[in-house]
Ligand binder design. Sequence first.
Ligand code: ADP
Ligand code: MG
Length: 694
Amino acid sequence: MRDIDAPVQYLKGVGPRRAVLFEHLGVRTLGDLIAHYPRLWQDRHETRDLRIPTGGLVVLRGRVLRAAQHAAGPALGIYKATLATAHGKVECLWFKHLSRGYDAFASLKSGAAEGADLWVIGRAEPDLTGVREIRVDEHYPLADERWRMHAGRITPVYALTKGLSQRLVREAAHKALELAADSARDAVPAELIAKRKLLAAPQALRGIHFPRSDAELEAARARLAYEELLLLELAWILKRRQTRGLRKRFSYEIKRALLTPFRQRAGFEFTRAQKRVINEIFDDMRKPYPMTRLLQGDVGSGKTVVALSALLLAVENGGQGALMAPTEILADQHRATLDRFLDGLPVRIASLTSRTPKKERARILAAAGAGEVDIVVGTHALLESGVSLPNLRLAVIDEQHRFGVRQRTTLRQKGSLIDLLVMTATPIPRTLALSLYGDLEASTIDEMPPGRAPIKTFLSPEAEAFAAVRLEVAAGRQAYIVYPIIEESARLDLQSAKSEFERLKTSVFPGIRTDLIHGAMTGKAKSAVMRRFASGETKILVATQVIEVGIDVPNATAMVIQNADRFGLASLHQLRGRIGRGGGESCCHLVADPRTEHARARLDIMAATADGFKIGEEDLKLRGPGELLGTAQSGELALAVADILKDTELLGLARADADELLQADPKLLAPGHGPLRERLIALYQSRWNWIDLA
Ligand code: ADP
Ligand code: MG
């Protein structure tokens, strides 16, 4: 066994009991521990100026003058030591919970007794008495050489799990590097290390854990980031290559039997951009290998009819199509759109959501399985294992950022070698798209349907916003009033949305028909509310973000977003996209009292632009890609240190190198590429449930 594969259990200070805890961190071997990179690094060079702001990090070295234990409460003890340092005297405080029959302070009494020389690392407490007080997190006797791992240097801080201390993990990592860093097999081929002037793996690993300077840390980080990006790019290229090697068992002919009547029923001319992307999609569908295409287009740009065109091509060639949306409301609305546009055409449509009654569901599944349904519209319910679509040829995923690579794959596997179209209104820059969805080709609708009056956005006091709503309603228009519900306080938020609704209905807008819609309602109730609003029966819809995606009621021309500072930019833009869908001018009022700079910045961006692409970019800058992707997706890229937003230069190099590498050695079989091949499989096999290097 190479040292790198040795279990951590045999490290000094770990043992079988703690080895179990290390497993909670995904660490079993020395190699795993070395790959458990620090979460952050602290500059623990000695603090020379003791005027530290409260809460600030303090690193001291000195001699204990006096020390004593005190009570600090019924079950809390405090150990106080006065430390004389070269820069002044400091009171050090250790707090410990007291339990009967056990002296929590025993080790302090011996290790931090009067006369002991110590390093102390802690936080500055409020300076009430004029003497600096430090709440100690870690301390190390100078007599024990191990302090050198923890103090007087740039010090790694690790993600922990219950039962493991920072000190223990740090010492274990240090030991693991000593024993095994040199036997780490370098995944980056020697030729690339030379070409890109990279640190060798052992150096990089030592540098990321225990850097001797900021420059060394950055060099190590860059080298490891490059490695991660190289692996990601290789994985994408292979995935693309694999797809292109597949052969569909069907082919398409553009018959126009359904397409032409559908266009006539639409009642509007498709925009140039819509026609262009439809052609791109049709071209793809007629290729011999399965399509994987991303359709980007701002909110309201008309993606639905594009999707419908693609679905109809599949249907008029005798196949089945599926359209999956992230929410029931949206699935319902798509269903309504299909019914409207396809009225009188021989297309059999069915809907499937989690609220479809059992009996009905069984009937639909049987019909779909027998090929008696042409287009099935639904939510995640489509992904369930009972759903079989033997003749499925095209799957469309709407608002794809709400789903992950795995869900995409699952839907795709409902048929064999089918075409896939994913749509999103959260546009991202091209370079980023390539890294996030490297297996996708992108089409972009960069033009809005004609006659859209722009939406004006204001930061308004509530009274003004409500006055504007009254005017719109008086002019025969409709309005949304939106209240945020955020996960952390969902119950309270819902309560306040409900009581706000009562207030609005009875005292703010008496005499105007007002309805409420929120996520906790049954699907049936939600549909009923949406129907009343779409028909114009209700004038004001008080809503939570359930209306965020897809809802399309052209006569709604005003929106008030309450507590707008609590929404993210992407949500605000999506919400605002619910208005400005008819001919009339629309207004969006953001009511907020922003407390943070971020919140302020978001609102200013919203007021300044309605361009979804710009907002997408700003959003990325403010939040980073992890949040934009959501948890569904961020774990699917094996990136621990690389930042695809900031490491764009490295990303470019990695992409070029990955390309060249696979040109020269398509299956990575060259002797020098073994470690790279192994890493690639280890990383992406499990994440994507796929890697094809056979
Ligand atoms: P999104 O891209 O946000 O999904 P939709 O597909 O919901 O946008 O389209 C928004 C509205 O614009 C719908 O009412 C749709 O019928 C309408 N629409 C789509 N294309 C056109 C067009 N070319 N001309 C006029 N209206 C259009
Ligand atoms: Mg849409």
